[in-house]
Design a binder for this molecule. Sequence first.
Ligand SMILES: [Zn+2]
Length: 457
Amino acid sequence: MPRSAGENAGMQTIDAAMLWTPSGWRGDAGFDIDAGRVRAQDRAQPTGSGHWIVPGLPNLHSHAFQRAMAGLAEHQTNPEDSFWTWRETMYRFAARFDPDTLHAVAAQLYAEMLEAGYTTVCEFHYLHHAPDGRPYADPAAMSRALISAARDTGIRLTLLPVLYMSGGFDGRALSERQQRFGHGIDDYLRLLDTLRRDEHDGLRIGCALHSLRAVPAEAMREVLAALPGDSPVHIHIAEQIGEVQDCISIRGAPPVEWLLANAEVDARWTLVHATHLTDEEVQGIANSGATVAICPTTEANLGDGLFPLRAYLDAGGAWGIGSDSQISVSPIEELRWLEYGQRLATRHRNIAVLPGTASVGETLLRGTLASGANATGHAIGSLADKQCADWIVLDSDAPQFAGVTAHDAVDRWIFSGNRNLVRDVHVAGTQVVAEGRHRDRDAIARRYRAAIETLSG
Ligand SMILES: [Zn+2]
Protein backbone atom coordinates (compact mmCIF):
# COMPACT_ATOMS: atom_id res chain seq x y z
CA MET A 1 0.00 0.00 0.00
CA PRO A 2 1.63 3.27 -1.03
CA ARG A 3 2.11 5.73 1.82
CA SER A 4 1.52 8.57 -0.46
CA ALA A 5 -0.13 6.94 -3.39
CA GLY A 6 1.18 7.75 -6.83
CA GLU A 7 4.82 7.81 -5.72
CA ASN A 8 5.78 5.35 -8.41
CA ALA A 9 2.98 5.84 -10.88
CA GLY A 10 4.88 8.07 -13.34
CA MET A 11 3.23 10.77 -15.42
CA GLN A 12 -0.35 10.00 -16.44
CA THR A 13 -2.96 12.01 -18.30
CA ILE A 14 -6.56 12.01 -17.10
CA ASP A 15 -9.21 13.07 -19.60
CA ALA A 16 -12.65 14.32 -18.70
CA ALA A 17 -15.69 15.09 -20.81
CA MET A 18 -16.46 17.69 -18.16
CA LEU A 19 -14.15 18.85 -15.39
CA TRP A 20 -15.35 20.87 -12.38
CA THR A 21 -13.21 23.98 -11.80
CA PRO A 22 -13.70 26.88 -9.38
CA SER A 23 -15.44 28.76 -12.17
CA GLY A 24 -17.73 25.89 -13.16
CA TRP A 25 -17.69 23.01 -15.65
CA ARG A 26 -15.06 22.99 -18.35
CA GLY A 27 -15.64 20.78 -21.38
CA ASP A 28 -13.10 18.34 -22.86
CA ALA A 29 -10.53 19.15 -20.23
CA GLY A 30 -7.83 16.99 -18.80
CA PHE A 31 -4.91 17.10 -16.43
CA ASP A 32 -1.55 15.44 -15.98
CA ILE A 33 -0.64 13.79 -12.72
CA ASP A 34 2.73 12.78 -11.37
CA ALA A 35 3.75 11.58 -7.90
CA GLY A 36 0.26 12.15 -6.54
CA ARG A 37 -0.03 15.75 -7.71
CA VAL A 38 -1.64 17.51 -10.65
CA ARG A 39 1.08 18.84 -12.94
CA ALA A 40 -0.89 20.86 -15.46
CA GLN A 41 -4.49 21.50 -16.32
CA ASP A 42 -4.46 23.11 -19.72
CA ARG A 43 -5.39 20.35 -22.09
CA ALA A 44 -8.40 20.46 -24.30
CA GLN A 45 -8.53 17.26 -26.24
CA PRO A 46 -11.96 15.75 -26.89
CA THR A 47 -11.71 12.07 -25.97
CA GLY A 48 -15.32 11.01 -25.78
CA SER A 49 -14.53 9.46 -22.41
CA GLY A 50 -17.86 10.70 -21.07
CA HIS A 51 -16.42 11.22 -17.61
CA TRP A 52 -17.69 14.00 -15.37
CA ILE A 53 -14.87 14.67 -12.93
CA VAL A 54 -15.05 16.63 -9.67
CA PRO A 55 -12.24 17.25 -7.15
CA GLY A 56 -12.52 15.01 -4.09
CA LEU A 57 -14.55 16.46 -1.23
CA PRO A 58 -13.17 17.40 2.19
CA ASN A 59 -14.85 16.19 5.37
CA LEU A 60 -13.97 18.82 7.96
CA HIS A 61 -15.17 17.08 11.12
CA SER A 62 -15.17 13.42 12.12
CA HIS A 63 -15.14 11.39 15.33
CA ALA A 64 -14.35 7.98 13.84
CA PHE A 65 -15.30 5.80 16.81
CA GLN A 66 -18.87 7.15 16.72
CA ARG A 67 -19.45 5.24 13.47
CA ALA A 68 -20.05 2.16 15.60
CA MET A 69 -22.81 3.79 17.68
CA ALA A 70 -24.75 5.32 14.79
CA GLY A 71 -28.37 4.28 15.19
CA LEU A 72 -27.94 3.20 18.81
CA ALA A 73 -29.09 6.38 20.52
CA GLU A 74 -32.52 6.79 18.94
CA HIS A 75 -34.69 5.41 21.78
CA GLN A 76 -36.28 8.01 24.00
CA THR A 77 -35.07 7.59 27.57
CA ASN A 78 -36.66 10.77 28.83
CA PRO A 79 -38.94 13.40 27.25
CA GLU A 80 -36.11 15.86 27.90
CA ASP A 81 -33.56 13.88 25.83
CA SER A 82 -30.95 16.25 24.41
CA PHE A 83 -27.35 16.55 23.36
CA TRP A 84 -26.36 16.12 27.01
CA THR A 85 -28.22 12.81 27.47
CA TRP A 86 -26.80 11.61 24.13
CA ARG A 87 -23.35 12.49 25.40
CA GLU A 88 -23.74 10.11 28.36
CA THR A 89 -24.55 7.26 25.94
CA MET A 90 -21.57 8.26 23.81
CA TYR A 91 -19.24 8.28 26.83
CA ARG A 92 -20.31 4.79 27.88
CA PHE A 93 -19.63 3.63 24.36
CA ALA A 94 -16.30 5.44 24.03
CA ALA A 95 -15.03 3.65 27.13
CA ARG A 96 -14.90 0.32 25.27
CA PHE A 97 -12.40 1.18 22.54
CA ASP A 98 -8.78 0.12 22.30
CA PRO A 99 -6.37 0.72 19.41
CA ASP A 100 -7.44 -2.45 17.55
CA THR A 101 -11.17 -1.79 17.67
CA LEU A 102 -10.60 1.88 16.83
CA HIS A 103 -8.56 0.87 13.79
CA ALA A 104 -11.26 -1.51 12.54
CA VAL A 105 -14.09 0.99 13.01
CA ALA A 106 -12.12 3.85 11.46
CA ALA A 107 -11.19 1.72 8.43
CA GLN A 108 -14.86 0.87 7.85
CA LEU A 109 -15.78 4.53 8.16
CA TYR A 110 -13.01 5.79 5.89
CA ALA A 111 -13.87 3.24 3.20
CA GLU A 112 -17.49 4.44 3.38
CA MET A 113 -16.34 8.05 3.17
CA LEU A 114 -14.32 7.31 0.04
CA GLU A 115 -17.25 5.53 -1.58
CA ALA A 116 -19.35 8.62 -0.81
CA GLY A 117 -16.83 11.01 -2.39
CA TYR A 118 -14.97 12.34 0.65
CA THR A 119 -11.24 12.07 -0.14
CA THR A 120 -9.85 13.98 2.86
CA VAL A 121 -10.97 13.76 6.46
CA CYS A 122 -10.22 15.93 9.49
CA GLU A 123 -10.25 13.56 12.45
CA PHE A 124 -11.06 15.38 15.71
CA HIS A 125 -9.52 12.80 17.98
CA TYR A 126 -9.88 12.71 21.77
CA LEU A 127 -9.87 9.00 22.74
CA HIS A 128 -6.20 9.23 23.67
CA HIS A 129 -5.65 6.97 26.68
CA ALA A 130 -6.80 3.69 28.17
CA PRO A 131 -10.32 3.87 29.67
CA ASP A 132 -8.97 4.52 33.18
CA GLY A 133 -7.06 7.54 31.89
CA ARG A 134 -3.59 6.00 31.95
CA PRO A 135 -1.56 6.55 28.78
CA TYR A 136 -0.90 3.48 26.64
CA ALA A 137 2.71 2.20 26.51
CA ASP A 138 2.91 4.20 23.29
CA PRO A 139 1.03 7.39 24.26
CA ALA A 140 0.24 7.89 20.56
CA ALA A 141 -1.26 4.40 20.10
CA MET A 142 -4.82 5.59 19.45
CA SER A 143 -3.61 8.30 17.06
CA ARG A 144 -1.57 5.72 15.22
CA ALA A 145 -4.63 3.47 14.89
CA LEU A 146 -6.39 6.28 13.03
CA ILE A 147 -3.34 7.05 10.90
CA SER A 148 -3.02 3.44 9.86
CA ALA A 149 -6.76 3.16 9.10
CA ALA A 150 -6.38 6.16 6.80
CA ARG A 151 -3.30 4.71 5.13
CA ASP A 152 -4.95 1.28 4.68
CA THR A 153 -8.05 2.75 3.07
CA GLY A 154 -6.25 5.44 1.07
CA ILE A 155 -8.06 8.49 2.47
CA ARG A 156 -6.09 11.70 2.99
CA LEU A 157 -5.96 12.57 6.69
CA THR A 158 -5.63 15.65 8.83
CA LEU A 159 -5.29 14.27 12.33
CA LEU A 160 -6.33 16.74 15.00
CA PRO A 161 -5.35 15.43 18.44
CA VAL A 162 -7.68 17.12 20.88
CA LEU A 163 -6.66 19.05 23.98
CA TYR A 164 -9.26 18.32 26.67
CA MET A 165 -8.43 19.61 30.15
CA SER A 166 -11.52 20.48 32.16
CA GLY A 167 -15.12 19.35 32.51
CA GLY A 168 -16.71 22.80 32.29
CA PHE A 169 -16.19 26.57 32.09
CA ASP A 170 -15.72 26.67 35.87
CA GLY A 171 -12.51 24.65 35.44
CA ARG A 172 -13.85 21.55 37.19
CA ALA A 173 -11.81 18.37 36.83
CA LEU A 174 -12.63 15.80 34.16
CA SER A 175 -15.30 13.30 35.17
CA GLU A 176 -14.46 9.62 35.42
CA ARG A 177 -15.66 9.00 31.88
CA GLN A 178 -13.65 11.92 30.50
CA GLN A 179 -10.33 10.68 31.94
CA ARG A 180 -9.18 9.05 28.75
CA PHE A 181 -9.53 12.35 26.85
CA GLY A 182 -7.27 14.40 29.12
CA HIS A 183 -3.76 15.83 28.77
CA GLY A 184 -1.55 18.33 30.54
CA ILE A 185 -0.11 20.95 28.21
CA ASP A 186 3.39 19.44 28.07
CA ASP A 187 2.15 15.92 27.35
CA TYR A 188 -0.15 17.29 24.70
CA LEU A 189 2.56 19.25 22.92
CA ARG A 190 4.83 16.20 23.11
CA LEU A 191 2.11 14.12 21.41
CA LEU A 192 1.88 16.66 18.58
CA ASP A 193 5.67 16.68 18.18
CA THR A 194 5.83 12.89 18.06
CA LEU A 195 3.08 12.64 15.47
CA ARG A 196 4.46 15.44 13.32
CA ARG A 197 7.55 13.35 12.66
CA ASP A 198 5.35 10.99 10.65
CA GLU A 199 3.78 13.68 8.48
CA HIS A 200 3.87 13.05 4.73
CA ASP A 201 1.96 14.14 1.66
CA GLY A 202 -1.13 12.21 2.77
CA LEU A 203 -0.97 13.10 6.48
CA ARG A 204 -1.07 16.46 8.24
CA ILE A 205 -1.08 16.89 12.00
CA GLY A 206 -3.07 19.86 13.29
CA CYS A 207 -4.35 20.95 16.67
CA ALA A 208 -7.84 20.74 18.14
CA LEU A 209 -9.05 22.52 21.24
CA HIS A 210 -12.04 20.47 22.33
CA SER A 211 -14.11 23.56 23.22
CA LEU A 212 -13.82 26.66 25.35
CA ARG A 213 -15.45 24.77 28.21
CA ALA A 214 -12.72 22.09 28.09
CA VAL A 215 -9.67 24.35 27.64
CA PRO A 216 -8.88 27.11 30.18
CA ALA A 217 -7.97 30.46 28.64
CA GLU A 218 -4.35 30.38 29.79
CA ALA A 219 -3.82 26.86 28.45
CA MET A 220 -5.26 27.90 25.11
CA ARG A 221 -2.79 30.76 24.83
CA GLU A 222 0.13 28.57 25.76
CA VAL A 223 -0.70 25.85 23.24
CA LEU A 224 -1.41 28.29 20.42
CA ALA A 225 1.92 30.01 21.02
CA ALA A 226 3.74 26.68 20.71
CA LEU A 227 2.19 25.60 17.39
CA PRO A 228 3.95 25.82 14.03
CA GLY A 229 2.72 28.86 12.10
CA ASP A 230 0.88 26.82 9.48
CA SER A 231 -0.90 24.38 11.79
CA PRO A 232 -4.65 24.01 11.29
CA VAL A 233 -6.54 24.75 14.52
CA HIS A 234 -10.04 23.36 15.07
CA ILE A 235 -12.46 23.94 17.95
CA HIS A 236 -16.07 23.03 18.86
CA ILE A 237 -17.43 26.51 19.43
CA ALA A 238 -21.15 27.17 20.00
CA GLU A 239 -23.08 23.96 19.54
CA GLN A 240 -25.38 24.19 22.54
CA ILE A 241 -27.35 27.06 24.07
CA GLY A 242 -26.28 25.80 27.50
CA GLU A 243 -22.58 26.25 26.74
CA VAL A 244 -23.21 29.68 25.21
CA GLN A 245 -24.96 30.75 28.44
CA ASP A 246 -22.17 29.33 30.62
CA CYS A 247 -19.59 31.13 28.53
CA ILE A 248 -21.46 34.42 28.90
CA SER A 249 -21.81 34.04 32.65
CA ILE A 250 -18.21 32.91 33.31
CA ARG A 251 -16.18 34.60 30.56
CA GLY A 252 -18.44 37.57 29.97
CA ALA A 253 -19.18 36.98 26.28
CA PRO A 254 -20.61 34.26 24.02
CA PRO A 255 -18.00 31.78 22.73
CA VAL A 256 -17.29 33.21 19.30
CA GLU A 257 -17.10 36.78 20.55
CA TRP A 258 -14.79 35.65 23.37
CA LEU A 259 -12.58 33.64 21.00
CA LEU A 260 -12.27 36.47 18.47
CA ALA A 261 -11.22 38.82 21.27
CA ASN A 262 -8.75 36.40 22.88
CA ALA A 263 -7.03 34.58 20.02
CA GLU A 264 -5.66 35.57 16.64
CA VAL A 265 -8.35 33.76 14.70
CA ASP A 266 -7.46 33.61 11.03
CA ALA A 267 -7.64 31.31 8.01
CA ARG A 268 -5.89 28.51 9.91
CA TRP A 269 -8.94 28.18 12.16
CA THR A 270 -11.99 25.99 11.74
CA LEU A 271 -14.93 26.66 14.05
CA VAL A 272 -17.05 23.54 14.36
CA HIS A 273 -20.79 23.92 15.05
CA ALA A 274 -20.87 27.70 15.08
CA THR A 275 -24.58 27.18 15.51
CA HIS A 276 -25.65 29.87 17.97
CA LEU A 277 -24.33 33.26 16.82
CA THR A 278 -25.16 36.92 17.18
CA ASP A 279 -25.13 39.07 14.03
CA GLU A 280 -21.80 40.54 15.14
CA GLU A 281 -20.32 37.08 15.56
CA VAL A 282 -21.49 36.07 12.07
CA GLN A 283 -19.65 39.05 10.62
CA GLY A 284 -16.69 38.55 12.94
CA ILE A 285 -16.06 34.98 11.78
CA ALA A 286 -16.40 35.99 8.14
CA ASN A 287 -13.94 38.87 8.60
CA SER A 288 -11.41 36.64 10.37
CA GLY A 289 -11.02 34.29 7.39
CA ALA A 290 -11.79 31.26 9.58
CA THR A 291 -13.87 28.39 8.21
CA VAL A 292 -17.06 27.19 9.83
CA ALA A 293 -17.53 23.40 9.80
CA ILE A 294 -21.25 22.73 9.57
CA CYS A 295 -22.48 19.18 10.25
CA PRO A 296 -26.16 19.40 9.28
CA THR A 297 -27.19 15.77 9.81
CA THR A 298 -25.49 15.50 13.21
CA GLU A 299 -26.73 18.93 14.28
CA ALA A 300 -30.25 17.80 13.35
CA ASN A 301 -29.80 14.41 15.02
CA LEU A 302 -28.62 16.02 18.26
CA GLY A 303 -31.21 18.79 18.21
CA ASP A 304 -28.50 21.45 18.24
CA GLY A 305 -30.14 24.20 16.21
CA LEU A 306 -29.77 25.76 12.78
CA PHE A 307 -26.70 27.53 11.44
CA PRO A 308 -27.55 31.04 10.12
CA LEU A 309 -26.42 30.16 6.60
CA ARG A 310 -28.01 33.03 4.67
CA ALA A 311 -26.59 35.71 6.94
CA TYR A 312 -23.19 34.02 6.87
CA LEU A 313 -23.12 33.83 3.06
CA ASP A 314 -24.08 37.51 2.92
CA ALA A 315 -21.17 38.27 5.24
CA GLY A 316 -18.82 36.46 2.85
CA GLY A 317 -17.89 33.67 5.28
CA ALA A 318 -16.01 30.46 4.46
CA TRP A 319 -17.68 27.16 5.36
CA GLY A 320 -17.48 23.42 4.77
CA ILE A 321 -19.19 20.26 5.95
CA GLY A 322 -18.43 17.41 8.35
CA SER A 323 -19.92 14.01 9.07
CA ASP A 324 -19.20 14.41 12.80
CA SER A 325 -21.14 11.65 14.62
CA GLN A 326 -21.37 9.52 11.42
CA ILE A 327 -25.14 9.08 11.55
CA SER A 328 -24.78 9.87 7.85
CA VAL A 329 -21.65 9.34 5.76
CA SER A 330 -22.79 11.25 2.71
CA PRO A 331 -21.67 14.69 1.59
CA ILE A 332 -24.81 14.83 -0.52
CA GLU A 333 -27.04 14.41 2.51
CA GLU A 334 -25.07 17.05 4.45
CA LEU A 335 -25.40 19.58 1.63
CA ARG A 336 -29.04 18.80 0.99
CA TRP A 337 -29.94 19.25 4.65
CA LEU A 338 -27.87 22.39 4.92
CA GLU A 339 -30.19 23.89 2.31
CA TYR A 340 -33.39 22.15 3.48
CA GLY A 341 -33.00 23.38 7.06
CA GLN A 342 -33.00 26.94 5.73
CA ARG A 343 -36.05 26.27 3.55
CA LEU A 344 -37.99 24.81 6.48
CA ALA A 345 -37.08 27.72 8.72
CA THR A 346 -37.85 30.48 6.18
CA ARG A 347 -40.61 28.82 4.10
CA HIS A 348 -38.72 29.84 0.95
CA ARG A 349 -36.78 27.87 -1.66
CA ASN A 350 -33.29 28.11 -3.18
CA ILE A 351 -31.61 29.88 -0.27
CA ALA A 352 -27.91 29.02 -0.74
CA VAL A 353 -26.96 31.05 -3.77
CA LEU A 354 -24.33 33.69 -4.27
CA PRO A 355 -24.18 36.54 -6.79
CA GLY A 356 -23.30 35.08 -10.17
CA THR A 357 -24.62 31.56 -9.43
CA ALA A 358 -28.32 30.85 -9.39
CA SER A 359 -27.69 27.14 -8.85
CA VAL A 360 -27.99 26.00 -5.22
CA GLY A 361 -26.03 22.84 -5.93
CA GLU A 362 -23.14 24.73 -7.50
CA THR A 363 -23.02 27.21 -4.63
CA LEU A 364 -22.90 24.33 -2.14
CA LEU A 365 -20.23 22.44 -4.08
CA ARG A 366 -18.09 25.58 -4.45
CA GLY A 367 -18.26 26.35 -0.74
CA THR A 368 -17.41 22.78 0.22
CA LEU A 369 -14.41 22.54 -2.10
CA ALA A 370 -13.12 26.00 -1.24
CA SER A 371 -13.03 25.10 2.46
CA GLY A 372 -10.63 22.22 1.99
CA ALA A 373 -7.20 23.81 1.78
CA ASN A 374 -7.38 26.03 4.87
CA ALA A 375 -9.27 23.62 7.08
CA THR A 376 -7.22 20.51 6.28
CA GLY A 377 -3.79 21.96 5.52
CA HIS A 378 -3.61 19.89 2.32
CA ALA A 379 -3.44 21.35 -1.21
CA ILE A 380 -6.94 20.21 -2.15
CA GLY A 381 -10.17 21.61 -3.53
CA SER A 382 -9.32 21.95 -7.20
CA LEU A 383 -7.47 20.01 -9.88
CA ALA A 384 -5.19 22.90 -10.83
CA ASP A 385 -1.42 22.64 -11.18
CA LYS A 386 0.42 21.37 -8.04
CA GLN A 387 -2.79 20.39 -6.26
CA CYS A 388 -3.31 16.93 -4.80
CA ALA A 389 -4.54 14.52 -7.48
CA ASP A 390 -7.76 13.59 -5.66
CA TRP A 391 -10.84 13.24 -7.81
CA ILE A 392 -14.28 11.68 -8.19
CA VAL A 393 -15.80 10.32 -11.40
CA LEU A 394 -19.56 10.76 -11.39
CA ASP A 395 -21.72 7.95 -12.78
CA SER A 396 -22.96 9.70 -15.90
CA ASP A 397 -24.82 6.51 -16.95
CA ALA A 398 -27.16 6.73 -13.95
CA PRO A 399 -30.80 7.53 -14.78
CA GLN A 400 -30.60 10.73 -12.70
CA PHE A 401 -28.15 12.06 -15.27
CA ALA A 402 -30.30 11.30 -18.33
CA GLY A 403 -30.13 14.42 -20.49
CA VAL A 404 -27.63 16.06 -18.15
CA THR A 405 -26.09 19.41 -19.08
CA ALA A 406 -23.47 21.59 -17.43
CA HIS A 407 -26.35 23.81 -16.35
CA ASP A 408 -27.95 21.19 -14.10
CA ALA A 409 -25.36 18.47 -13.39
CA VAL A 410 -24.45 19.51 -9.85
CA ASP A 411 -28.07 20.13 -8.85
CA ARG A 412 -28.99 16.66 -10.13
CA TRP A 413 -26.10 15.13 -8.18
CA ILE A 414 -27.23 16.72 -4.93
CA PHE A 415 -31.00 16.94 -5.26
CA SER A 416 -32.18 13.87 -7.17
CA GLY A 417 -32.48 10.97 -4.80
CA ASN A 418 -30.38 8.51 -2.84
CA ARG A 419 -28.53 6.42 -5.41
CA ASN A 420 -24.83 7.16 -4.86
CA LEU A 421 -23.62 8.80 -8.07
CA VAL A 422 -19.94 8.55 -7.13
CA ARG A 423 -18.58 5.86 -9.44
CA ASP A 424 -14.77 6.01 -9.10
CA VAL A 425 -12.54 7.75 -6.59
CA HIS A 426 -8.82 8.49 -6.81
CA VAL A 427 -6.62 9.84 -4.03
CA ALA A 428 -3.09 11.03 -4.80
CA GLY A 429 -3.55 9.55 -8.26
CA THR A 430 -4.37 6.05 -6.99
CA GLN A 431 -7.78 4.53 -7.55
CA VAL A 432 -9.41 3.50 -4.27
CA VAL A 433 -13.04 3.12 -5.38
CA ALA A 434 -14.14 1.49 -8.64
CA GLU A 435 -17.78 1.16 -9.74
CA GLY A 436 -18.87 2.42 -6.33
CA ARG A 437 -16.91 -0.16 -4.31
CA HIS A 438 -13.86 0.46 -2.16
CA ARG A 439 -10.99 -1.81 -3.24
CA ASP A 440 -10.99 -3.61 0.17
CA ARG A 441 -14.65 -3.25 1.04
CA ASP A 442 -15.25 -6.89 2.03
CA ALA A 443 -12.11 -7.43 4.13
CA ILE A 444 -12.63 -4.13 5.94
CA ALA A 445 -16.27 -4.99 6.68
CA ARG A 446 -15.24 -8.40 8.08
CA ARG A 447 -12.82 -6.78 10.50
CA TYR A 448 -15.47 -4.22 11.41
CA ARG A 449 -18.00 -6.93 12.29
CA ALA A 450 -15.43 -8.65 14.49
CA ALA A 451 -14.67 -5.35 16.22
CA ILE A 452 -18.37 -4.73 16.85
CA GLU A 453 -18.59 -8.15 18.48
CA THR A 454 -15.68 -7.25 20.75
CA LEU A 455 -17.19 -3.86 21.56
CA SER A 456 -20.56 -5.34 22.48
CA GLY A 457 -19.08 -8.32 24.36
ZN1 LIG B 1 -17.50 17.07 17.13
